[in-house]
Design a protein around this ligand. Sequence first.
Ligand code: FAD
Ligand code: NAD
Length: 470
Amino acid sequence: MPETIDSDLVILGGGPGGYAAAFLAADKGMKVTLIDAGPKPGGTCLYVGCIPSKALLHAAKLVTDARDAKHAGIHFGEPRIDLDAVRGWENKVVEGLGKNLLELCKRRKVEYVSARGSFVDGNTLELSDGSRRRFRHCIVATGSVPIIPPPLRLESPRVMDSTGALKLEDVPARLLVVGGGYIGLELGYVYAALGSKVTVVELTDGLLPGVDRELVTPLFKRLSGMFDKIYLKTKVAKLEEAGKGIKAVLEGEEVEEKEPTFDRVLVAVGRRPASKGFGLENTKVELDEKGFIKVDAQRRTTEPAIYAIGDVAGEPMLAHKASHEGKVAVEAIAGDRGAAFDFRAIPAVVFTDPEIAWCGLTEGEAKRAGREVKTARFPWGASGRAATLGRTEGLTKLIVDPESDVVLGVGIVGTDAGELIGEAVLAVEMGATARDLSLTIHPHPTLTETVGEAAESLHGLATHLYRPRK
Ligand code: FAD
Ligand code: NAD
């Protein structure tokens, strides 16, 4: 008989959802076991997602910033890229953070178990080390995995998902990126900056479908200069080995060469919840039609002892959403009846250059819902700080309730938009009005002024925007 250990709370999956939940539960005095297939906590986000991709994006931006420095009269030569050292630096960042998380487990007395877990029933997990865990409560935080549609399935080391692309084995001369979403654009940007000729193929009629077109336009312009080709409304019908490359059969009106060959292919057409293959069918947990675990506001599943958070529990598939849900689930388990995943704004950031960041209601969502809104725009051409950075292509946009003046949503495109969105998230979450933002003194010269001035412009008074009196 396998050994059976009892725990208050077992968390399956050690990503940003799972470890945030484990740490809060331990801080609240629960006996916590965190189980993950990997040797250390961190999950997709730390090892093959957010962190390595942002480390590489930083390296890429150093290259593009050096190229752009000529606008300020500074000329650098072509960069010499030591790929082993870039990879080494990426790994060092990741390893350091992983070590910290393991240390935080130890200090908080969270038992970390490196094993795969599978449900035997609604109160028991069996681990790949042969042991069993009986739990009072369990939080499932197993994340998501890449989708590889049948025409793009080719067993070849040249065809990669994001995990393969982050290994940065080489800088392929010609890289095909299938999917113009978050991963395609972020990693396409990295490889283009490092020297690849990048072709992006996107199925829909625009990059980053669902994101405000006004925000995407400046990014599209810059990427059009960096990438070799961007094909919209185009399908990759087939991938096949062709000598030392991969031939892609492209179907789309804009396509010039129908069967180009690439040195590598990155498939980034979305992710699906990791909800199969670990015994959920032995419990009362139910999945929706997309495979996400069905949860209520407290993140409780249809099996009373089991909660679910993060990518496996629904969109958006973002690390900060996973962590927040993890904390809600722990509060609920600890007995807080008021705990609920109740938010006005989950921020999203695309970490290209320029970055795109948004939160709360978008103009498109308002239109689709037939909701009347006022919009305010502050083009960065009028920002002193943007001028000093040589980056005036940005835009800050507010979506405001016309009656109450409450800020419902904010969208920003421009350098460092991901940092700027913090103020906007707080404004939306706190129910701030546009007048609150305009009365807030923003430091000069900073890009934060674009938020204040966008708000001022709603009332016709933005200092750096002239509007003739009506
Ligand atoms: P995950 O981080 O996916 O962790 C789940 C863990 O569970 C994994 O370690 C997995 O091995 C483990 N697991 C699964 N099944 C079992 C089992 N049966 N037994 C044991 N362990 C199991 N989000 C952002 O917010 N910002 C970003 O910049 C960003 N960049 C990204 C870049 C890339 C390339 C990718 C792929 C994703 C990115 N994301 C980003 C998304 C982010 O990584 C996810 O939203 C986040 O990791 C979800 O966290 P999670 O806790 O739900 O699951
Ligand atoms: P995505 O949903 O962001 O983008 C997928 C893109 O592929 C879409 O534009 C879609 O229209 C397109 N597409 C779908 N099928 C296609 C096909 N057959 N051919 C061509 N294009 C096709 O998905 P992703 O880029 O794989 O990223 C997955 C998820 O990971 C994201 O949705 C996001 O939640 C998360 N992520 C977040 C960040 C971040 O926060 N900065 C970064 C990377 C990933």
